[in-house]
Design a protein around this ligand. Structure first.
Ligand code: FNR
Length: 186
């Protein structure tokens, strides 16, 4: 049987009705059999502080780091706040990147999706996030670029994606699956 890759999905919005959470769930539904997407919750992580990241670190840090360590790849799905990365997402990146030399992200294939009801689809957040991923040494999927504007209209009342976005999401997740496969054989 061919390998099934586990993808940790980090969602940058904490609100229940989040468009980005719906996108993450839609991508999990559409993912090919070679991928298993799992949302890793980031809302309970204490704000990163080196003073508390001692032995033992906060239990929430350890649980988060263990879930990320067990994953083969990471998918970031995020809104844009003030043209940048929402604080919970940046905090999760900071927590996962430490202790120094023990980053849970290093070398893992990644992809970034940003979505907004606005026209430019979280482009600013998407690229600010990518700046961190360079430092974290993650090979990031480049195409298709995923700045999803007008995202308030993507879902029906049951939270399912409509046809205007579904084919793009399918293409995106299939391409990400191939990217993960390639990186694992590099
Ligand atoms: C926003 N929003 C927003 N939208 C955008 O396209 N560019 C931006 O810079 C911002 N800035 C911003 C800041 C803050 C603090 C909030 C709360 C919101 C609007 C945002 O895209 C919208 O609320 C989305 O619905 C948030 O994503 P979720 O929660 O639906 O996933």
């Amino acid at each position: 049987m061919s390998k099934v890759y586990t993808v940790a999905v980090l969602v940058g919005s904490l609100r229940k009705a989040s468009i980005n959470r719906k996108l993450a769930l839609a991508l999990a539904d559409l993912a090919p059999a070679s991928l298993k997407l799992q949302i890793v919750e980031i809302g309970e992580l204490p704000l990163y502080n080196e003073d508390i990241d001692i032995d033992p670190p906060p239990a929430a840090y350890t649980a988060f780091r263990n879930q990320l360590k067990a994953a083969d790849a990471v998918l970031f799905v995020t809104p844009e706040y003030n043209r940048s990365v929402p604080a919970p997402m940046k905090n999760a990146i900071d927590v996962g990147s430490r202790p120094y030399g023990q980053s849970v992200f290093s070398g893992k294939p990644a992809a970034v999706v940003s979505a907004s009801p606005g026209a430019i689809g979280g482009f600013g957040a998407n690229h600010h996030l990518r700046q961190s991923l360079v430092f974290l040494d993650m090979p990031v999927l480049q195409q298709p670029e995923s700045y999803l504007g007008g995202a308030g209209n993507f879902f029906d009342e049951a939270g399912k994606p409509n046809d205007s976005i579904k084919s793009f999401l399918q293409k995106f997740i299939d391409t990400f699956a191939r990217w993960i496969e390639i990186q694992n054989h590099a």
